[in-house]
Design a protein around this ligand. Sequence first.
Ligand SMILES: O=C[C@H](O)COP(=O)(O)O
Length: 230
Amino acid sequence: MYKTQAESEDFLRGFLPALDATPDEREVVLCVPFTDLSALSKNLHGSRVQLGAQNIHWEEFGAYTGEISGPMLAEIGVRYVVVGHSERRQYFGETDETVNLRLKAAQRFGLTPILCVGETKQQRDADETESLITNQIKTDLVDVNQENLVIAYEPIWAIGTGDTCECKEANRVIGLIRSLLSNPNVPIQYGGSVKPNLIDEIMAEPEIDGVLVGGASLEPASFARIVNYQ
Ligand SMILES: O=C[C@H](O)COP(=O)(O)O
């Protein structure tokens, strides 16, 4: 819940020129609040940046006041949607069952979902990381098409804390996630206090295909440095 429409357009003015140096194969997606989507869709037209939303309801339409459906997103040019972010799970009652419904809805309406999974500090300290991640992946992905999917491993204790997960450990958990998939080519990202000074080291890990960035994506120069990792 950062940036009004005017602020997000201002961000783009600083950010887009920095992509001139970005290798062609690198994919850049901005997942913004619902109120910014329409304006950014127009501003990003013809650019290499794709647009994403931060949530989606599983029904096509109906009496679900306050919710946003797949067709509403698709119509304005949204291509990606974050599903099951830990803040949705923690503060808004998201469960593995509703995450599964949202993933399937995103795919049904032509969007690529970015599924977030990750353990709490308490679960990590109790040695439950592997069982928790395994359970989330298996439950969340029932009947989900793995040909149109991105996964983000986001240890909850690392989100917004500055306490980044050790690269080797993130790589290990992402390897575990990959071993649970029927499609080993699903892109799997790391998220949690990704900062410009850490990005080269993170992206050097073989299992890590990309990053999901929160705080460090809010300022154009900082996010550009991350996108333009070495
Ligand atoms: O939504 C963003 C991710 O949860 C990561 O956030 P962060 O980079 O501020 O830790």
